[in-house]
Design a protein around this ligand. Structure first.
Ligand SMILES: *Cc1c(COP(=O)(O)O)cnc(C)c1O
Length: 471
């Protein structure tokens, strides 16, 4: 007990530690209140260790350094860039689309300076924020009018609330989807104040099902792109064109939620054709909704394009104000949409398309170049080898379609304790200055190289890899 209390009295005081050069330098970097708080925590944990008998008191300098380590760990941004080597190009948990340089420049300028956001520069009077992108959206989709909100979920909510509040919203049972998280079509409908009228069955819906549901209380018919699953076998769905033909005489609009929504024919870039927004507009849908940060390759946003009179009603809904988009994203959207005017160079300039269109040989060559550095970094406990991968678009777009890719698979050498060793490896990659996120498959940690463009930065980052020795 005596020894313990004498040990306790030898723990340096906060004031003593604050006088060290280490603390002075830390105050310059982090500010005095943070440094004092960190030192207090380090002193406290030193005291606890002594009380527990697990340590003897350490010197002034050691406590100061432990406080600085705390501050440094805490100074890392929570919103940290990562290497997305999952093979899923539009990974919702990793922020979906990576933006084009033109979009980044436009967003940066919008952050740095005042912006003609709701100001008509020709007339010198108040303008509308949507007008920054309205003409471009109409040009690229063939629609009469357009508006933009926070995301596609908001676009669907706004359209339902505006056109079907207190009315029936008719939808096929095969399209009552859950996108993920809290976005389930039936719940969105009830929040929008619309009454859900389900027609058809899970696998088959006919024109006569829609026809029977149409009546004076019908606010709209909703068609939802079943983007994240597919029903196969004995199936039937009614085309948008046929629904429009049925609904027009009743003056009931069709809202077509495309989900991902692409503005170009993906087949042009060697991918599977996905209905474009222009095609959906040309089919006669009164309104079409789609995302900004899925296949379109821009920032998070939701677009609604279609009939001018309906868009005008959406814009008058007070909800529009609550769902509106900020100037930074609006600037990035405008710059992204402008890239679509030059389809020949789109795949070069738009990262989403560039990454999706990358051919397997090119990706494999990159993996081959990086392999020696990976092998060296992971040490002799593990082996690394080239492997074939199957990339995905992600965000629910064409989930059945995989794109041939290549990467590196890391395995534990030998089998003893391999599960724990592999986990330690996955964690070590996640702990890198730029965390590397891959996939665990068949007892291997796999990095799909489709989304790796900066090989030098990747190799440089590997220098900090620290694989735990014990397993
Ligand atoms: C992704 C998706 C949504 C939601 O879009 P967000 O932009 O993520 O809000 C809605 N409907 C469909 C069909 C989707 O695929």
């Amino acid at each position: 007990m005596d020894e313990r209390s004498s040990n306790l009295s030898r723990i340096p005081s906060i004031d003593e530690i604050l006088k060290t050069a280490t603390a002075a330098a830390a105050i310059d970097r982090f500010g005095r209140p943070s440094v004092v708080a960190a030192i207090r925590r380090s002193v406290e944990s030193a005291r606890k260790a002594v009380v527990a008998g697990s340590a003897t008191p350490c010197g002034v300098e050691a406590v100061a350094r432990s406080a600085v380590a705390r501050l440094e760990a805490d100074a890392k941004l929570n919103a940290r860039p990562v290497f997305n080597l999952t093979g899923t190009v539009l990974h919702t948990n990793l922020g979906r689309a990576v933006l084009a340089e033109a979009a980044i420049e436009a967003a940066t300028a919008a952050m740095r300076q005042a912006l003609a956001l709701e100001f008509d520069l020709k007339q010198g009077k108040r303008g509308e924020r949507d007008s920054l992108v309205r003409d471009l959206l109409c040009e690229l989709t063939g629609a009469e009018d357009a508006t933009v909100v926070n995301n596609n979920a908001a676009a669907v909510l706004l359209a339902l609330n505006t056109l079907a509040k207190g009315k029936d919203a008719v939808v096929s049972r095969g399209e009552l989807i859950e996108i993920g998280g809290a976005f389930r079509m039936p719940e969105i409908m009830s929040r929008a104040g619309a009454r859900l009228v389900e027609v058809g069955t899970t696998n088959r819906t006919h024109e006569k099902d829609y026809a029977a549901a149409l009546g004076p209380k019908t606010g709209l018919i909703l068609k939802v792109h079943t983007s994240n699953y597919r029903i196969e076998g004995f199936t039937k769905a009614v085309s948008a064109r046929a629904i429009v033909a049925l609904a027009k005489p009743h003056n009931v609009p069709l809202l077509n939620d495309l989900g991902s929504g692409t503005l170009v024919d993906l087949a042009r870039y060697g991918l599977v054709h996905e209905q474009t927004v222009s095609e959906a507009v040309a089919e006669g849908a009164d309104l079409v909704t789609f995302s900004g940060d899925k296949l379109l390759g821009g920032p998070q946003a939701g677009f609604i394009v279609g009939r001018r009179d309906l868009i005008a009603r959406l814009n008058k809904n007070p909800m529009k104000r609550a769902l509106r988009i900020d100037k930074i994203r609006l600037a990035a959207i405008e710059a992204t949409l402008r890239l679509y005017r030059d389809p020949d160079r789109l795949a070069q300039r738009l990262p989403t398309l560039r990454l999706l269109a990358r051919g397997k040989p090119e990706i494999e060559a990159a993996a081959r170049r990086v392999l020696p550095a990976v092998g060296q970094a992971i040490g002799s406990r593990f082996v690394a080898a080239l492997t074939a991968c199957a990339s995905q678009i992600g965000s629910g777009a064409l989930p059945q379609e995989t794109i041939q890719s290549a990467g590196i698979a890391m395995r534990v050498a030998g089998t003893r304790g391999s599960g724990r060793a592999l986990n330690a490896l996955v964690t070590a990659f996640r702990d890198l200055p730029v965390p590397v996120i891959g996939r665990v498959e068949d007892d291997a940690f796999v990095l799909d190289f489709r989304c790796l463009e900066d090989e030098a930065a990747f190799i440089d980052n590997l220098k900090s890899l620290q694989c735990e020795e014990s397993a």
